[in-house]
Design a protein around this ligand. Structure first.
Ligand code: 3HC
Length: 284
């Protein structure tokens, strides 16, 4: 099936980034969320990202306009009835994602692939609520989506090799590099990354270092562009906590136990860049 129109469910940091790269690759995108304010925020993020690319002479302002023009807003999942491919990118809540997959299965044509940008929830459990488990797959983009090359592709128990091939082809057209991982909690990326971030937070909690020293040490020790605390702020502390809880429950192993300091920050609503304060402070 030739893909021309892509539906993206969820206009948050990831959904807006995915819409931008899909539209930049020439696809028409329907960007769906439940409230206008979420769609507005997503479209503003796309506008700023494209503006940044124009300033860096990566695209012209006419191209930026064409890319934005390919994105249509939507508040009803039914608007996705004629799309050729779906990427779901709502919050990491299994019940919510299953509910969306159940609805998409009824709304979209039977040959349409339903992918999820989940960072840690079982693809098999999303496939199980549909009548097309062979067409359900994980397509895990990395933040910031316009910049990061990787798409971690996750095959559920019944995902077909044709579906994997379509997703690899699509990822390459979007200028990304697809790499396979099996369907176990956290896949590869978050299983490894979140343990490092959690240990960075434990170092702060136990007074082994300051936020700056922990980040400086890890940046220069491992040649990472950001330290674990800066990175947690970029990802969102609520998302980090959610993923750690999924790893902790999924493997039953205490090595994934979220740091109490992380829980406290999330309880206080200090979620990182998106709220203006996490381990660091950000201008609003
Ligand atoms: N849109 C478009 N371009 C952007 C951008 C955006 N949102 N953000 C950055 N860029 C571009 C800049 O224009 C710049 O382009 P240039 O190289 O042509 O000049 C380039 O990216 C680098 O940006 P900056 O110079 O502003 O800043 P840095 O060099 O500090 O890079 C960064 C910023 C790319 C975010 C870098 O710090 C980085 O790679 N950080 C690590 C990110 C990471 O580890 N992400 C993983 C998160 S985990 C995840 O997503 C999984 C999930 O499931 C939780």
């Amino acid at each position: 099936m030739q893909i021309k129109n892509i539906g993206v469910v969820g206009a948050g940091i990831m959904g807006s980034g995915i819409s931008q790269v899909a539209a930049s690759a020439g696809y028409n995108v329907i960007l769906n969320d439940i409230e206008d304010k979420f769609i507005d925020r997503g479209l503003t993020a796309i506008f700023h990202s494209l503006e940044r690319m124009v300033k860096k002479d990566k695209i012209t302002s006419a191209e930026a306009k064409t890319i934005s023009g390919r994105i249509t807003r939507s508040k009803k999942l039914e608007d996705l009835s004629d799309v050729d491919f779906v990427v779901e990118a709502v919050i990491e809540d299994k019940t919510l994602k299953q509910d969306i997959f159940r609805q998409l299965d009824n709304i979209c044509h039977s040959e349409v692939i339903l992918s999820s940008n989940t960072s840690s929830i079982s693809i098999t459990s999303l496939a199980a609520v549909t009548s097309r488990p062979e067409k359900v797959i994980g397509m895990h983009f990395i933040n910031p989506v316009p910049v990061m090359k990787l798409i971690e592709v996750i095959k559920g128990l019944d995902t077909s090799s044709e579906t994997v091939k379509s997703v690899f082809d699509l990822a390459e057209i979007m200028g990304k590099v697809p790499v396979m991982a099996e369907d176990f909690p956290g896949f590869v990326s978050n299983r490894v990354l979140q343990v490092m971030i959690n240990e960075g937070i434990y170092c702060l909690y136990e007074g082994v270092g300051t936020r700056e020293s922990i980040d400086d040490i890890m940046k220069m020790c491992a040649n990472h562009p950001m330290g674990p605390l800066e990175l947690a702020d970029l990802i969102g502390l609520d998302t980090v906590l959610n993923i750690l809880n999924i790893l902790y429950e999924g493997y039953g192993d205490p090595k994934y136990r979220p740091c109490p300091l992380l829980k406290k920050y999330v309880e206080a609503g200090l979620l990182g860049r998106k709220t203006g304060r996490g381990f660091y402070e950000y201008a609003k």
